[in-house]
Ligand binder design. Structure first.
Ligand code: ATP
Length: 296
């Protein structure tokens, strides 16, 4: 399988290595969608099943297939209720991206169970799960095609009106309409280069159009310029409304309003609570991390 193996690193690296192995013109999400069901699965749930957005990790342990001697997650349990915004926080290597990979079922846990609305994940057809989840990664990859095609991925039959409405909600329409060819503008290696913030807003527009039950955001570590930052954050806030969101947060200022913050360290959950609760934990990891960021 293309998923197993090579590079070590976060979700961004998983994507990057997948993208390299499938070539710049192909779409990663298409590969994800077409992945065969694992043979061991007894798929019991209708492919059209609508998720409510409740997620539960029960005593999850995990090591990557290539590294049996180094557990990456150790007895991780948490619940996310439908429409909650939950942040995953912790030092580099704590296991945040790995949790997302398990959620997307790029891997199965070594031990423990993952539930969506009280049903175990391997009872769903993969396509049913993934068609209801969107990922907005830190470093957005656009495939070589038009801006419109890049937005339409996930809802191929979208009309031009729908594409424009999604681009507007994502704060992307303003820059798209300034290109002479608008939605027909070619991006990527043979087309125009977009800035990081513009690519992110295209990815947000794609997610707006797909309207997933579960949204996964991998927050950018490298700061965009202030205006682009504001436009991206504003678009993300709108996108998170009314759906379950899991945010891998690097800049803690953006998650003060989260319903729940899960703090990970070395593969285990060490704290869980709201921002207000966690800044009061004496010598707590979250308190330390947020004081460090504040003084920087
Ligand atoms: P960051 O904030 O740096 O992205 P993270 O909290 O998301 O870190 P993970 O990327 O989940 O952490 O990594 C957890 C551990 O798993 C790390 O020790 C990492 O080296 C290891 N790891 C990640 N991906 C793989 C892989 N594909 N194969 C083997 N080990 C991996």
């Amino acid at each position: 399988s293309v998923f197993i193996g090579s590079s070590i690193g976060g979700l961004a690296e998983i994507y990057t290595s997948l993208q390299k192995s499938i070539g710049a013109t192909e779409n990663l999400f298409q590969i994800l969608d077409e992945t065969k069901e694992p043979l061991s699965d007894i798929v019991k749930i209708d492919p059209e099943h609508q998720l409510q957005g409740n997620i539960s990790f029960r005593n999850i342990s995990f090591h990557y297939p290539s590294r049996e001697d180094s557990p990456v997650l150790k007895g991780v349990s948490f619940n996310v209720s439908a429409n909650q915004k939950v942040a995953l926080v912790g030092p580099s290597g704590a296991g945040k991206s790995t949790i997302v990979s398990l959620l997307l079922r790029l891997y199965d846990p070594s031990n423990g169970h993952i539930f969506f609305d009280k049903k175990e994940n391997h009872h769903f057809p993969l396509s049913a799960l993934r068609s209801q989840m969107s990922v907005v990664p830190q470093d957005v990859f656009l495939f070589g095609g038009t801006i419109g095609e890049n937005i339409a991925y996930g809802k191929q039959d979208a009309t031009e009106e729908e594409l424009i409405a999604a681009a507007k909600k994502a704060n992307a329409w303003e820059f798209i309409q300034r290109f002479p060819l608008g939605l027909q503008t070619i991006v990527g290696e043979r087309g125009i280069q977009l800035s990081g913030g513009q690519r992110q807003r295209i990815a947000i527009a794609r997610a707006v159009l797909k309207a997933p039950r579960i949204l996964i955001l991998d927050e950018a570590t490298s700061a965009l310029d202030a205006e682009s930052e504001r436009l991206v954050q504003d678009a993300l806030n709108k996108l998170m409304e009314g759906r379950t969101s899991i945010v891998i947060a690097h800049r803690l200022a953006t998650i003060r309003q989260a319903d729940k913050i899960i703090v990970l360290d070395k593969g285990a959950i060490v704290e869980e609570g709201t921002h207000k609760e966690l800044v009061n934990v004496h010598e707590g990891l979250y308190k330390n991390l947020s004081e460090m960021q504040f003084t920087q």
